[in-house]
Design a protein around this ligand. Sequence first.
Ligand SMILES: Nc1ncnc2c1ncn2[C@@H]1O[C@H](COP(=O)(O)OP(=O)(O)O)[C@@H](O)[C@H]1O
Ligand SMILES: [Mg+2]
Length: 254
Amino acid sequence: MVPDIGLIRPPLDVSVPRQAFSRAERNSVLRLSNIHKAYGSRERPVSVLADVSLTVDDGEFCAVLGPSGSGKSTLLNIVGLLDRPCAGEMVLGGTTISHDSAQTTARLRNRLLGFVFQSFQLLPRLNAWQNIAMPLMYRGVPRGERKGRALEMLERVGLSERADHLPSQLSGGQCQRVAIARALVGEPRLILADEPTGSLDSATAGEMIDLLGALNRELGMTIVMVTHDRDLAQACGRRIELLDGRVVADSAAA
Ligand SMILES: Nc1ncnc2c1ncn2[C@@H]1O[C@H](COP(=O)(O)OP(=O)(O)O)[C@@H](O)[C@H]1O
Ligand SMILES: [Mg+2]
């Protein structure tokens, strides 16, 4: 007979007192230390990120700003475990990322991260709720529960009545709402958005920023959003500026 694990659970581990951690360490979702990235050959490397160090705490809404080619997407792809740095350390959700197994990396990505892209990246043959449910399918959540959670997320982004619509039957703003719901459905620690308003007109872009802002305030979602739009970035509590692959300004440090 399997014993009740409540009876055999060891006493609470008190070997590491909580106060041993600084406040920043306890609450950080992401810590990058001296990240470097270069493309090109070993003989002629082209540096894209140089010595990037920053920490993002739970509940922050950060904008990453910078001109085209400054390394914003490269940085987001590294944080999103879609690319790996040449040097430096990254701690995501308390786990030091080693990139030694693609399977582990994929699992961490599915558990910890939600993605929003400029081009929405919805699957054209799946309707709105089925697109939203995709990250749950990879986790093996049963279909009925997937649908229920997807519909809840659709309601949260204000699109309940479009559950059965295909992406081709939705406007750009509605597609991006579906993509935001898909990013949220797995309850990630961090949402990464790369130019999420880049394909939208300015009024719809404003609505999308309002939605992300509400998710940050009301659900405490931590969001890192790349944008080159300074006006939109004003909605973010923190602005990190990149230039030639270096952090040249960070309003949190000001
Ligand atoms: N896969 C790649 N191979 C070679 N160079 C790349 C690659 N990805 C990005 N780069 C280069 O890295 C620099 C930064 O790109 P990127 O991170 O996309 O900038 P941003 O998103 O700020 O516009 C650019 O000069 C770009 O050409
Ligand atoms: Mg980019």
